[in-house]
Design a binder for this molecule. Structure first.
Ligand code: AVJ
Length: 314
């Protein structure tokens, strides 16, 4: 059992406006449901980023201006192979580099490593399981330059303030020549964004409700899943998709391990996730706040998504 999770559940579910963090979506079941989301036609983010890394690998590598062997350090690599096309390009061109995928999930890292060893046997691979920053600190002692990857719009889950802090922390752990390639989802037709999160098969609903199933299992709680629903809303003015779990009736849930009962009014919400969409001008501001400058935005052909290359400000 996990203490921080326990504290966060109590804090979030006893707040005036209830909330739980989307970082707890990703138990083994949640990670599997997220794989399903990435395969939905409505969830354009995955396809857009795949296109960028497939068609623009050469341009990205040239923009790095590394003239020696380097590390590619991927934060939150998962097992999704999102980086495969970039790695494949480098291996086929015989460009010397080490790939260091980092994830908190041992299972994800093991799966990813097996797939990569099979598909790119010549790849120099040093997978790491654990905390981003400890590993970043170790690798910043290396003498060769590093490209950090933070892909998939993962930054979109952080509030403006938390996002700046995280990026500043990346910056602090980078050497002057290192670069960051960061995936951000762009503002676009609001209906396109709405449909990516409010999917017709209810996969995103299952993804959210899995959090209650997880709490039932890990803390001996009695959430009745059928008495909860999912709602999400995109606000095109501020670029925020917010996702919620909705209590369909007045009910009391017991979380036995935590010795806590939580009362829900009918239609009361638990806010679960922020998925922020950016304009290119906002990305420049975000970069500057964390002491970076934007070297280049690599967009897909529909202009739905960007992998933006940042460098440290002197
Ligand atoms: C993995 C955080 C980028 O916010 O788009 C997908 C997670 N949530 N559908 C996102 C997610 C609902 C996803 N990220």
């Amino acid at each position: 059992m996990n203490n921080t999770f326990a504290k966060d559940i109590i804090e979030g579910l006893t707040a005036k406006n209830k909330y739980l963090s989307s970082k707890y979506f990703y138990d083994d079941n949640g990670s599997r449901i997220f794989q399903e989301i990435m395969q939905m036609p409505e969830y354009y983010l995955t396809d857009s980023e795949f296109e960028i890394l497939s068609l623009q690998a050469q341009q990205i590598v040239e923009a790095l201006e590394f003239n020696q062997a380097f590390n590619i350090i991927e934060l939150g690599a998962g097992d999704g192979l999102k980086t495969f096309k970039l790695l494949e390009y480098l291996v086929n061109k015989d460009i010397p580099f080490n790939y260091v995928p980092i994830d908190i999930s041992q299972e994800a890292i093991t799966l990813l490593s097996e797939k990569l060893k099979e598909r790119l046997p010549k790849l120099s691979l040093q997978p790491k399981v654990g905390d981003y920053f400890e590993i970043l600190r170790e690798t910043s002692e290396h003498k060769i330059p590093s490209l950090l990857l933070f892909l998939g719009s993962n930054i979109g889950n952080y509030s403006e303030e938390k996002a700046s802090q995280l990026l500043q922390l990346f910056n602090d752990n980078m050497n002057s020549n290192d670069k960051l390639l960061i995936g951000l989802d762009l503002k676009k037709n609001p209906i396109t964004i709405h449909n990516a999160y409010y999917d017709s098969l209810g996969i995103t609903k299952r993804f959210n409700l899995n959090l209650l199933i997880r709490i039932n299992r890990e803390f001996d709680a009695d959430f009745k899943i059928d008495d909860f629903d999912f709602y999400c809303h995109y606000n095109p003015l501020n670029g925020e998709v917010k996702s919620y779990i909705v209590s369909l009736k007045a009910q009391t849930v017991h979380i036995n391990t935590l010795n806590t009962s939580i009362h829900f009014k009918q239609n009361e919400l638990i806010w679960t996730e922020l998925s922020k969409k950016y304009a290119l001008s906002e990305i420049e501001l975000l970069a500057h706040k964390a002491n970076f400058s934007v070297k280049h935005h690599f967009l897909d052909c529909k202009h739905y998504f960007t992998d933006s290359l940042w460098e440290k400000l002197a």
